[in-house]
Write a protein that binds this ligand. Sequence first.
Ligand code: NI
Length: 279
Amino acid sequence: MTKKVIAVSLALMMSLLNMGTFTNVEAREKEVLPVEENVQYTPPQEETPAEETSAEEVPAEAVEVTYEEPQVNKRVIDPTKPMVALTFDDGPSKYTAEILKVLQENNSVATFFVLGSEVNKYKDVLNQVIAEGNEIGNHSYNHKNLKTITDEELYKQIQGTDDLVYIASGYTPKVMRPPYGISDADLNKKINKPIVKWSIDTLDWESRNTDKVVAAVLNDVKDGDIVLMHDLYDSTAQAVKIIIPKLIEQGYQLVTVSEMSEHRDVTLTQGQQYYSMYK
Ligand code: NI
């Protein structure tokens, strides 16, 4: 700013020399303004937007507000109480927002294992998923059986999806779920993330039946379970409307996979796989 003030003062002095005496205030304002503009163009660095935002007229607080973290409901996790991690694979899709609404209404979160191929189609929903405190996991680019592809292709499936998520949202997935849950120790080692599988399979993709999905969860659920669902079907979105309030009524806290690991003292480790986090 000091530099700018000096530059402007110089401009004023120069304009005084060029113009001689002012006749009136109007004339002064009229003449000084264009000169001041010219001065801004003299040093090329002064034109950058960064220089603009650092100007004193913009209060520091206002600049910070622009980069403030999205407002997330404050949830307090009680490690002594039971918890369940709901997970949704293969999205984002047109049903994701409906599931997010139920989670929000119940002050709950889940983990969404997204496909790289869907990220740009549902960029806004992806950002909403993150803004509302949910976790994003990597589910490969386009759902190939990762055991059947070359190492180079594997790298693209994983890193390419991370990159797409990052470019769309600034978020980097910490955990990975291989398509179909297919992986072995060798593949897990090549995937440079903790591998998250599941302890309850709702088979929602097969039944496409709300009652069956509800029953698959509620008949079997216990503290530390990781539940597999897909945010791809209306039947699943409808089931979630029943499952989430019911689990809360039963005293469960709905948390992300990473939150559950923290509160269960499980260190999520690259190359290791996790099916549940029982006490
Ligand atoms: Ni899948």
